[in-house]
Design a protein around this ligand. Structure first.
Ligand SMILES: [Zn+2]
Length: 434
């Protein structure tokens, strides 16, 4: 096991280097950053390849094989980030300044921090001569995650399936601690919701807007739809992760409505994050009607961002949509991506539990479902038997502090959490590949 202080220092310095590469996607420009990581990993003894779907935007695949059969453990991460407007920030988003015990900059949480911790752990292990006794340690560092992975994980899993094949994948998605009453928990992201964005259309008859009743206004017909969506609450459904989540909170999940109400009463912040895990959500975000101010619209279109629990499809989404807004509307899906999940009772989950109980005695671990999605979905799809979890442990900065900083201004990560995460990845490699 690498020296913890040395590992924390290496991770911090590596994160600073990574933040200073501007990899805002679009356009991404990940090449310089990936070449830097390739040289670092190669220098430590890894076999490294850069694989690019488009020029200037390579993905990185690094391997440390053992030569004997065993599981392939994959550290997954992406190096592209969302944009940052320096005017909104206290520091330059690409300066990687250290202030108040944190590294500041775009990507400090999502997710150059995890990439730095994964790479620093792998490099430190390899440099001290550690090699897997069986199986293989693999690092897959992707480009193009933030705009949908077309040139990143999706492309790798489809076009270089054998090169990225893995049995165990650790990626982003959860890991920040949060308190509930007198309990302290760490989430492990075991599944991701599906995306079923749809357009709901109303129709009527055009006419001159100066004579309101000469036409039939399609836009005003949206009023009841918007009111229904504003009032709609998630219809809670049983599934493995939220059931385990309630159990970890010490609540009886047989009546989900009641259990959710109890969480709401104890800590509404937990309820806000828990609710999307329990069922279909529908958030109206865009509306369009007449092209001209003086024309009564014959058609109006409302676009709704709809997210559906893992493994459920269009039929289930439609059922919930009709139950919320009623029948008689023209509904068409713009995207129908079914979410996926990994099993939650695995040795992998057990090793996360053991790590947490060593580092933070008394704290518990609970599976969670990500309301959005990450690169894990491509790995679960390509390798149905693999177990992919999102876990970047954070103890110093909790979930409620970290969540608004992701994709937000003044994104930062405590140095202590970088050390904690790097210890986790080093430990996971040693324990899994022995
Ligand atoms: Zn991310």
């Amino acid at each position: 096991m690498p020296d913890p202080q040395d590992l924390e220092r290496r991770t911090t310095e590596l994160l600073q280097r990574l933040i200073r590469f501007n990899t805002v996607n679009p356009p991404g420009n990940e090449e310089e950053c990936q070449v830097f990581l390739r040289d670092l990993l190669q220098g430590a003894g890894f076999e490294v390849e850069l694989l690019a779907a488009v020029e200037g935007r390579p993905n990185l695949v690094a391997r440390l094989p053992s030569g004997s059969d065993g599981p392939v453990l994959c550290f997954l991460g992406h190096v592209d980030t969302v944009l940052a407007d320096p005017a909104d920030w206290t520091v330059d988003p690409w300066s990687a300044e250290i202030r108040d015990g944190c590294v500041w900059g775009r990507g400090a949480l999502d997710m150059k921090s995890q990439v730095a911790a994964e790479v620093a752990a792998a490099v430190a292990l390899a440099q001290e001569g550690w090699r897997p006794e069986s199986g293989e340690l693999k690092l897959v560092i992707t480009a193009d995650e933030e705009t949908g992975a077309e040139h990143g994980a999706q492309w790798l899993c489809e076009r270089h399936t054998d090169k990225v094949r893995a049995d165990l994948v650790v990626n982003e998605g959860a890991g920040e601690t949060f308190a509930y009453g007198d309990k302290r928990l760490y989430g492990v992201c075991a599944g991701e919701k599906g995306v079923f964005r749809f357009t709901l259309a109303t129709s009527g008859r055009a006419g001159h807007a100066s004579i309101p009743r000469i036409g039939d206004n399609a836009l005003t017909k949206m009023a009841p739809v918007l009111e229904a969506l504003a009032a709609a609450r998630v219809v809670p459904e049983h599934s493995p992760e939220p059931d385990a989540f309630f159990a970890a909170l010490g609540l009886d999940a047989s009546d989900l409505e009641r259990a959710l109400a109890e969480v709401e009463a104890t800590d509404p912040r937990v309820a806000v994050l828990l609710e999307p895990m329990l069922g279909v959500t529908m958030t109206p975000t865009m509306i369009a009607a007449s092209q001209k101010i003086n024309v009564i619209p014959a058609r109006a279109e409302l676009r709704v961002d709809c997210r559906v629990p893992p493994e459920l499809g269009e039929e289930h989404a439609l059922e919930r949509i009709h139950a919320a807004v009623g029948d008689g509307y023209d509904i068409s899906f713009a995207e129908t991506v079914v979410g996926n999940r990994s099993p939650i009772d695995t040795p992998f989950m057990e090793s996360i539990r053991e790590f947490v109980s060593r580092e933070d005695p008394g704290a518990a671990v609970t599976p969670v479902v990500l309301p959005g999605f990450s690169d894990s979905r491509w790995f679960r799809e390509a390798f149905p038997d693999c177990v992919a979890y999102g876990f970047f442990p954070q103890k110093e900065m909790d979930l409620f502090e970290a969540a608004p900083l992701v994709h937000g201004a003044d994104e930062r990560v405590p140095i202590a959490d970088l050390g904690l995460a790097a210890r986790f990845y080093a430990n996971l490699a040693e324990e899994t590949l022995k």
